[in-house]
Design a protein around this ligand. Structure first.
Ligand SMILES: Nc1ncnc2c1ncn2[C@@H]1O[C@H](COP(=O)(O)OP(=O)(O)OP(=O)(O)O)[C@@H](O)[C@H]1O
Ligand SMILES: [Mg+2]
Length: 376
């Protein structure tokens, strides 16, 4: 699709900001959204990242108007579309947001062109203008050759592009995407993800993409907002979220897989010293903002960043003594499970014949500088 993006087009949407303040939503006794706050900058690309059931779809449905929050305020640009205290609830049609779901929900009896034109027909856009806009958006998403076919004759990726074109054709102020890439294979998924980002950059539409795939989020987003139990628990650039998670939950979600309990002894700027529980020593690590001396924390590290020294049993600062419990082949390397007493650690190493420790052996594990102390 990228080659189409250079073509001149009249299709532009000035991306609109979205603000969600104190939004709560219950289904019977289930409190799904819990006074959730979210700020989406005009024209930005935000990913909502979180595990199944945390409320991502419910939040998108509240923003689009398909679901009514019990409490809270939602603004799209300068327009208040929800204000429960003032009984404001603007209809989905009048919010005019573009939406793409996991199920593309294309009309099987209509051609691709008619599917894409549907939002324009509903808005009573004259035929000539409709045809022009459909032609333009079809060219942008690379569907020009398929316009007169029924959707069933298209591949999964092409059908997804039809859904995207249909969501964009009326030039919405923002595009809401609910796991639109989860039905396609990994290669196509990567390609569509790139195309989605190109499309965003080309049209300037504000995008909110729901995913539970951290790599997908990191690959497209300006901002990642992590959802846990109906709240945004951390938001920031992909780098901030992937490298500087604030809590154990966020750290686990973005792939940190080693956690050592301890207590902060002192903090100096962004770093500090943590005394590890049990037989662990002291480690100098990055400290998540807001944490203070005396706090109980976990030191989080990724398994491919820890290193093992064989034989050494007298750990220095930044090191932990452990016993090897298991050595398992992992891809081209090995995964070594270690017992530190209070915790279990996993280290991934390249295979180095003759140097890989054996089960039962006492070793010393060194933590990387990127290890961080986060709220437990
Ligand atoms: N209409 C409804 N009636 C009752 N419960 C609902 C309704 N819609 C959602 N829920 C419940 O709300 C919770 C959150 O659902 P939601 O679909 O927002 O999660 P999600 O984060 O999108 O999950 P997933 O990643 O699996 O799509 C779930 O426990 C779900 O069963
Ligand atoms: Mg969902």
């Amino acid at each position: 699709m990228t080659e189409h993006l250079t073509n001149a087009s009249s299709l532009t949407t000035s991306g609109t900001g979205i603000t969600v303040s104190g939004v709560s939503k219950r289904f019977r006794d289930n409190h799904i959204l819990r006074s959730l706050d979210l700020d989406v900058e005009p024209g930005s690309f935000l990913c909502l990242l979180g595990p199944s059931g945390c409320g991502k779809t419910t939040l998108l449905r509240c923003i689009s108007g398909l679901e009514h929050p019990d409490e809270g305020v939602i603004r799209i640009g300068d327009t208040t579309v929800v204000d429960t205290a003032r009984r404001v609830q603007v209809s989905p049609e009048r919010r005019g947001l573009g939406m793409v779901f996991q199920q593309y929900a294309l009309w099987p009896h209509m051609t691709v062109a008619d599917n894409i034109a549907y939002p324009l027909r509903k808005r009573r856009v004259p035929r000539e203008q409709r045809t022009r806009k459909v032609t333009e958006i079809a060219e942008i998403v690379g569907l020009s050759a398929t316009l007169h076919r029924p959707p069933r004759q298209l591949s999964g990726g092409q059908q997804q592009r039809v859904a995207l074109a249909r969501a964009l054709v009326h030039e919405p102020p923002a595009l809401l995407l609910d796991e639109p890439l989860s039905n396609v294979d990994a290669t196509l998924r990567r390609q569509l993800r790139r195309e989605l980002r190109d499309l965003h950059d080309r049209l300037g539409t504000t995008c909110i993409l729901v995913t539970h795939d951290q790599a997908e989020a990191a690959g497209v987003a300006d901002v990642i907002a992590v959802v846990q139990d109906g709240r945004i628990v951390q938001s920031g650039t992909p780098r901030e979220i992937l490298e500087h998670p604030a809590t154990r939950f966020v750290a686990e979600f973005v792939g940190f897989d080693n956690f050592l309990e301890g207590r902060i002894e002192n903090v100096e700027g962004q770093r500090g010293v943590v005394a590890l529980s049990g037989a662990g020593g002291r480690v100098e690590v990055e400290i998540a903002p807001g944490a203070a001396a005396g706090d109980t924390v976990v030191v989080a590290a990724r398994s491919d960043t820890l290193t093992i020294d064989r034989g050494s049993v007298d750990p220095g600062d930044g090191q932990v003594s452990a016993t090897v419990s298991r050595v398992v082949p992992h891809g081209s390397g090995v995964e070594i499970e270690l017992d530190t007493g209070p915790s279990t650690l996993t280290v991934r190493e390249h295979l180095r014949p003759g140097t890989t420790p054996s089960p039962g052996e006492a070793v010393t594990v060194s933590l990387p500088r990127t290890a961080r102390a986060v709220a437990s």
